[in-house]
Design a protein around this ligand. Sequence first.
Ligand SMILES: [Zn+2]
Length: 145
Amino acid sequence: MRYESTPRPEIESHYHIRMLIEGQEKKADDRTYHLNKEKTKAERQDLINDAKPFVLTEFYCQKCREDFKAQSIKEVEIDWSNPNQFIAFYRTKCFEGHWCIRLITDKHRDGYWVRSKAVHRDRGVHYKDTIQPHETGFNLLYKKI
Ligand SMILES: [Zn+2]
């Protein structure tokens, strides 16, 4: 029983073992990061490939403050903010000749969703349909006292 009473350091807290384990964990993290990055890149490529080369789509001109529909050709360029990635978009000129853009990749960066009056109108209708009596705005909409 002499052996069992001998104090042993926790194997994982030994500095050399700790370094090995941490090294392994870091490698696994790097691999996951790399895989995620590859996945995102592949997803972007799918978005680009799936987008029609020629569309009739909605645009919003910030200068004219008007929604309009126009035909446009898909364009693909290197994303200047990230040279490893491509960015795809539709671009057209409004009736006054201002450039307007719709992003195919990076939809969250597409200003159309924030600015378009048509989008706001759709959301307004939706908002009115779903509002509940206990919510603020109900009394204003339905003039209930
Ligand atoms: Zn315009």
